[in-house]
Write a protein that binds this ligand. Structure first.
Ligand code: MLC
Ligand code: AMP
Length: 500
């Protein structure tokens, strides 16, 4: 089986792979050349062996992609770090993954150094110097990972305080992207406007690698900015985003002058595909988008552990509020609490797109998989309803401790544990409040330690050092106690009501 790396290296060398918003381009040939340099430096100068993990910290752009491909040419597993994390969070991921090296851009060298501990740093400029020094080794030019080798280790929040490393093998990634390419008609004529973060599967694989795999062009934005994205849509065929981005784009369209709006709408109508995923798309928002663009967004369901599993059709009826049907090769089952087939219950996914397992988490792995009819199924933790036509509607999560805010999956437990580390906090309970724009907004109820009067500003400033900005509570409540059941466990649905 060919891998995503084989597919990208097989593209015509002169074809454009990447474009910046200001129009600088990088060809597939340049990516091939640069990635061979990265592989040479990693294997020859830093002793990277097949199966090692390689971490990377870059801004979006050609060096990011060349490093990813170069690490794969060295047959390493890639862990993408982000500047959005505070040093503590990055350090925790590095400690968990124990990479052989961290490759970093000049911009993020100081941040990478701060999180590296004893792990050697490979600054991007030394990759240039190393390339120039010795030329490419045959090993770096010719080595290719096999389907069963590990491609990515991506971190996702769970129902424990610590994020888990999701291991995706090359074959699993290829199965995900091949099924997507077929369902969404991806081709080398596609030009993607890309403004998603790259440390999650949506931005990294579902959007960027999906287009590079078929030889299309990815226009990489450093961050999401609604007007810049709308402008870029004038010369693109595809946009993929989370519902919060769809909301920001629609707000920006509404705020335009009539003339600008007519022009922007015309560009959006000319695009062949706009995808919304990572969280539920409110139907009212999908309809606002359709009014401006002439088409309801194509909504699909995915997970770090699976890539995209279910999708509405490219052509044919897109049912608002539904995430559609399984992609080709994806096995979907719905089971009740006893594991029996049901119309409503937990969604299970099996087949070749399902990840290998969580990195060094035997307990989580034992709990997460079920065997049905000799097939391995992953328990998604999503409660769904199946309609008579085989379409799936997502009803919510099986655990109240998993939140989705702006498309990011968050663990209430992780945020509570961080809050409890503050000396003025005796206890904390975190819930998600419903929001049209963000899906859920993080809210924290705080029980202060004896003799203290913690404030939102003080706790917010403390948490900024502990957690990524998108995990920080936006609403606070200072209370003597929170609703609890007879066993003393917090009753979170009751707590949500206190924030109204
Ligand atoms: C931002 N704001 C929020 C918020 N995020 N308010 C409440 N809740 C949140 N989560 C507010 C800020 O307080 C600020 O308000 C304003 O929005 C701008 O803040 P920002 O920090 O500049 O936000 P921005 O960078 O614009 O972030 C929004 C975003 C970002 C949508 C671009 O959240 C994002 O990139 N999300 C994508 C996450 C993602 O890729 N998930 C995929 C996971 S994989 P004020 O008042 O100060 O202006 C997965 C699998 C699958 O799920 O299926 O795809
Ligand atoms: P993550 O762990 O960040 O990959 O998030 C995966 C989770 O995002 C899924 O388990 C769902 O809860 C949620 N999700 C993804 N796409 C959708 C969607 N279209 N509708 C509702 N929830 C979604």
């Amino acid at each position: 089986m060919a891998t995503i790396l084989d597919a990208i290296l097989a593209q015509p060398p002169h074809a454009t792979a990447l474009r910046s918003p200001s129009g600088e381009t990088t060809s597939y040939g340049e990516l091939a050349q640069r990635s061979a340099g990265v592989a040479t430096v990693l294997t020859r100068d830093h002793g990277v062996e097949p199966g090692d993990r390689v971490a990377m910290l870059f801004e979006p752009g050609p060096a990011f992609v060349a490093t990813l491909l170069g690490a794969w040419r060295a047959r390493a597993t890639v862990l993408v770090l982000t500047h959005l994390h505070p040093p503590k969070e990055r350090t925790m991921l590095v400690a968990d993954a124990r990479p052989r090296v961290i490759v970093c851009s000049e911009l993020h060298e100081a941040a990478a150094r701060e999180s590296a501990g004893a792990v050697p740093l490979v600054p991007w400029r030394t990759v240039h110097e190393g390339e120039a020094a010795g030329g490419f080794t045959t090993k770096a030019m010719e080595a290719r990972p096999a389907a069963h080798e590990r491609a990515l280790q991506m971190y996702t929040s769970g129902t424990t305080g610590k994020p888990k490393g999701v291991i995706l093998q090359h074959g699993q990634l290829e199965a995900q992207l091949a099924a997507l390419a077929e369902a969404w008609g991806m081709s080398s004529s596609d030009v993607l406007v890309h403004a998603l973060p790259l440390h999650h599967i949506h931005g990294l694989a579902i959007a960027m690698l999906n287009v590079l795999r078929v030889g299309g062009v990815v226009e990489m934005h450093a961050a999401f900015e609604a007007n810049a994205v709308l402008q870029a849509c004038a010369h693109a065929t595809v946009f993929m985003g989370v519902p919060t981005m769809v909301a920001r784009l629609v707000d920006a369209l509404d705020a335009m002058t009539e003339g600008d709006r007519v022009a922007a709408s015309a560009h959006l109508r000319a695009m062949r595909l706009c995808v919304s995923g990572s969280a539920a798309l409110p139907v009212s928002l999908g309809n606002r988008w359709a009014t401006h663009t002439g088409a309801y967004p194509l909504e699909r369901f995915g997970m770090t552990e699976l890539g995209v599993a279910l999708t509405n059709p490219l052509h044919g009826e897109r049912v608002p509020g539904s995430v559609g049907r399984p992609l080709a090769g994806v096995l979907a089952r719905v089971v009740d609490e006893h594991g029996a087939a049901a119309q409503e219950g937990e969604l299970l996914i099996g087949g070749p797109t399902v990840f290998e397992g969580y990195f060094e988490r035997p307990e989580a792995n034992a709990e997460s998989f079920l065997e049905i009819g000799g097939e391995r199924f992953f328990r998604t933790g999503d409660t769904v309803r199946l309609d008579d036509a085989g379409r799936v509607r997502i009803l919510g999560r099986t655990s109240v401790d998993i939140l989705k805010s702006a498309g990011y999956k968050l663990s209430a437990i992780e945020i509570e544990e961080a809050l409890r580390r503050h000396p003025s906090v005796r206890d904390a309970a975190v819930v998600g409040l419903p929001s049209e724009t963000y899906g859920q907004i993080v809210a924290a109820a705080i029980i202060g330690a004896e003799g203290t009067t913690p404030t939102a500003a003080e706790l917010g400033a403390f948490l900024e050092e502990e957690l990524a900005p998108y995990k920080l509570p936006r609403r606070w409540l200072f209370v003597n106690d929170v609703p609890r059941n007879a066993l003393g466990k917090v009753v979170k649905p009751e707590l949500v009501k206190l924030f109204r």
